[in-house]
Design a protein around this ligand. Structure first.
Ligand SMILES: Cc1ncc(COP(=O)(O)O)c(C=O)c1O
Length: 441
């Protein structure tokens, strides 16, 4: 490989230069050690789990959507970079880390079909969303409004509420009808909810609680026709679907690596359309400030940058097994599992099955809440927690139980390490709980 010379003491102008180089111009600095490699393949399901994940065999783990689970090689990669850093911290932090970070960013940009200069690493989707909302609110006027959907992630709502407090900017929270029957229904709802005052729409690509795939491209287009900028919360979408920043054309997009991509915790990216980059600043201001979008986000003061470098390894995992095949397995498994649970419990899904990706939300049967909890419908969180606790402690099943309109649902996740049989274990456990509740009445 034709490689650049290692950089001298780092200057922020180098970041700008390296990120704007073309594919042909960019000469990566050689890695200081050999990164973990992927050789041979195994079947999806239990074999995949044993080879690439630390997940404990004794658990039925159906909640990848919460905090993900990192692949062994990604964690190893991060650890190797960390050990390397500590051999000569100044050499690494002052002269080398930026070159490798830019290399990683460029590799990730290819994966999400973005210009490398339009994405930056952030520690999590929440940080990216904070950066966008807090920066924009400073530019908005009293009387302007921000549209969000009632199913927006809780912390996203908190960010919007906190950033707008005392500014005269209003929040227009839209209620999504449940069950969700078609993508068109959502597009119409958003279309009619946009007002002349709406400056920003904050929309999930996959909402956490309902876990179906939003018709996000249509929603972005509808908002743009009305002159409204769109911030997409894609926390669940990196790895779980093919995403193209170029095709989507959103103004802002935040997505986690530590969920479906299976990279170590503290890995995410933020996309900002080129024309808006001058307005968006990181929540933590440090030495990169004033040196341009990439520089500002590249140096968030002294911290551990090695999780970001693990993208260099984790993306090889996806190349090795093939993203299309992995996505197909996840979607097929989640759909089959959703149907299996609906049949076993004689219930239904929260969104039409055609809209499900790697997760599905299934209604629980009646009689699942233990009488000892002394709770009756309409349910709230304590009932959900009671059922989750029984599944966790008595059955070693990890799955979230959620309350939607006073009723209880489970959100199942299917990653490449899950198998249909695990969902059968969940189906049977819930039926056993219902039976037990009946007999102890
Ligand atoms: C839709 C959605 N947005 C944002 C987040 C926040 O992710 P993080 O805590 O990694 O920032 C989550 C986490 O589950 C989520 O589901």
């Amino acid at each position: 490989m034709d490689c650049a010379k290692p950089a001298g003491i780092f200057q922020f102008s180098v970041v700008d230069e390296l990120i704007h180089q073309s594919e042909e111009e960019f000469k990566p600095v050689p890695f200081p050690f050999e990164l973990p490699k992927f050789e041979g393949t195994v079947n999806f399901g239990a074999e995949m789990k044993a080879k690439h994940f630390y997940l404990n065999e004794s658990w039925t783990f159906l909640n990848h959507g919460a905090f993900g689970s990192a692949i062994k090689e990604g964690l190893k990669s991060s650890e190797m970079w960390r050990e390397y850093c500590e051999q000569q911290p100044l050499k690494f932090m002052d002269r080398e880390v930026f070159q490798h970070l830019i290399h990683g960013l460029r590799k990730l940009a290819r994966f999400v079909d973005a210009d490398p200069a339009d994405i930056v690493f952030v520690q999590n989707a929440t940080t990216g969303i904070n950066a966008v909302v807090r920066s924009l609110v400073k530019k908005f006027q009293p009387g302007d409004s921000i549209l969000m959907i009632d199913v927006a992630y809780g912390t996203v709502k908190l960010v919007i509420e906190d950033a707008t407090r005392g500014t005269g900017i209003t929040i227009n929270e839209i209620k999504l009808p449940i069950p969700v029957t078609s993508p068109q229904e959502i597009v119409k709802l958003i279309e009619k909810s946009l007002q002349p005052s709406t400056k920003l729409a904050v929309l999930d690509h996959i909402p956490s609680n309902l876990a179906f795939i939003m018709p996000i491209k249509k929603l972005v287009d509808v908002c743009h026709e009305r002159g409204v900028q769109v911030l997409v919360d894609g926390a669940h979408c990196l790895g779980s679907m093919k995403i193209s920043m170029r095709e989507l054309g959103a103004d802002y997009y935040a997505a986690n690596g530590h969920k479906w991509l299976c990279s170590p915790k503290g890995t995410a990216f933020l996309y900002v359309a080129r024309s808006h980059q001058h307005m968006i600043h990181p929540p933590v201001i440090s030495w990169g400030f004033g040196h341009g979008f990439t520089s500002e986000f590249s140096w968030i003061a002294s911290m551990d940058y090695t999780p970001y470098l693990s993208f260099l390894t984790v993306l090889d995992f996806w190349d090795h097994y093939g993203q299309d095949k992995m996505i197909k397995y996840m979607y097929d498994t989640s759909k089959e599992a959703g149907q299996l649970l609906c049949e076993a419990w004689q219930t239904s899904l929260v969104a039409d099955i055609s809209m499900c990706g790697p997760m599905a939300v299934v209604k629980l049967p009646e009689g699942v809440v233990p009488h000892s909890a002394n709770l009756s419908p309409p349910y709230s969180d304590p009932a959900a927690h009671a059922v989750m606790n029984i599944l966790h402690f008595q059955y070693k099943i990890e799955v979230p139980v959620r309350v939607i309109n006073g009723e209880l649902y489970v959100r199942i996740s299917a990653h490449v390490y899950n198998e249909l049989g695990e969902f059968k274990v969940l189906a049977d456990a819930i039926l056993a709980i219902v039976k037990n509740n009946r007999t102890t009445q």
